[in-house]
Design a protein around this ligand. Structure first.
Ligand SMILES: Cc1cc2nc3c(=O)[nH]c(=O)nc-3n(C[C@H](O)[C@H](O)[C@H](O)COP(=O)(O)O)c2cc1C
Length: 325
């Protein structure tokens, strides 16, 4: 399949693996890139420039295709060394940077000068237009369904994607709720040039996370996510569990008085416990509604090949036969 996104990034299939804290390590990013998509290492999981340089080198050893690094700008207890991390990205010859969470304009000149393509992930048309205006090469349009931070507008992809297509000139991919060939064809129909997946890629053989996490996704339905931190205007979609329900109870009880400090036990330091130790009930971790469409744990290549062949048969058989009738 050839789209403006495959051309821009020099990839075979228009499928991107979004940055994921404690999931987007070299194992997954290289598997996605080797399968013909665009794999992405999550910069902040590494924490320091030295560790990020090592992770990029590890990915380079495992992948002979382009891959990217995600850089997320979100409120943090301890702000990361952004200048050091971006320096490493530029020096290590990474092909693509996925930015998210806030306006990346400060970093664009150095990335552009190094010939790095920038795809900015955002949850509204106005932020996508801003990304276009400041010189991003592409955007990932993240609908309300998405795992992680859907923003505060709550516009699902059936509206958000066509709206993005109405306004944008740069290419964009759909993000949030994407799982299979149907997602890809629907995204293309709504004007996207490909799709970005987070949650679906966690339930793959190569995802370097505990088996309990993969099985939790297979077991979950589309009803099992919750929105947390809405009162703090830092909304996150997570898989429900006892810790999440406790957190929501605090939100209800404290109302507008809620402060980040009140929920630290349920949100801080949770990712290593979940992803590495397999304690899926440790607290809040991002998960999309798309969990309802996850029924197995294939290899990344099996997943990507299946998506592409399903998309092909929808276009050439199902849609063609509807059109012919
Ligand atoms: C466990 C998990 C961790 C994530 N961590 C990040 C992150 O650190 N930075 C980021 O930009 N997006 C992060 N995301 C969002 C994904 O990159 C992607 O935009 C989102 O998962 C798309 O929605 P989907 O899960 O429905 O596919 C995360 C998502 C998940 C499920």
């Amino acid at each position: 399949m050839k789209t403006r996104i495959t051309e821009l990034f020099g990839i075979e299939h228009p499928i991107i693996q979004g940055g994921m804290h404690f999931v987007g390590l070299a194992e997954l990013a290289s598997a996605v890139s080797n399968a013909g998509g665009l794999g992405i290492i999550t910069g902040l999981t590494q924490g320091t420039p030295e560790k990020l340089a090592d992770e990029i080198a590890r990915c380079r050893e495992m992948a002979d295709k382009p891959f990217g690094v995600n850089m997320t700008f979100l409120p943090a207890v301890r702000p990361p060394d952004y200048p050091g991390l971006f320096k490493v990205i530029v020096e290590s010859g990474v092909e693509v940077v996925e930015t998210a969470g806030n306006n990346p304009s400060q970093w664009l000149p150095m990335l552009k000068e190094a010939g790095i393509k920038v795809i900015h992930k955002c949850t509204s048309v106005r932020h996508a237009l801003k990304a276009q205006r400041i010189g991003c090469d592409a955007v990932s349009v993240d609908g309300f369904e998405c795992g992680g931070h859907p923003g505060e507008d709550d516009v699902p992809n059936f509206i958000l994607l066509p709206r993005a297509a109405e306004e944008l000139e740069i290419p964009f991919v759909s993000s949030g709720g994407m799982a299979d060939g149907r997602s890809l064809v629907a995204s293309l129909a709504m004007g996207a040039e490909g799709m970005n997946m987070g949650t679906r890629f966690i339930a793959t053989k190569e995802a370097p996370v505990h088996e309990n996490v993969k099985q939790a996704l297979v077991a979950a339905s589309e009803l099992d996510t919750r929105l947390i931190m809405r009162p703090l205007r830092n909304t996150e979609r997570v898989l429900t569990n006892a810790g999440v329900e406790r957190l929501l109870e605090k939100e209800r009880a404290l109302g507008s008085e809620l402060k980040f400090e009140d929920i630290i036990p349920e949100v801080a330091g949770i990712y290593p416990k979940v992803m590495q130790e397999g304690d899926v009930d440790a607290g809040a971790w991002s998960c999309g509604m798309v969990a309802g469409l996850i029924h197995d744990v294939p290899t990344v290549k099996e997943l990507v090949d299946r998506i592409m062949s399903e998309a092909d048969s929808i276009i050439t058989q199902r849609l063609a036969s509807i059109q012919a009738s």
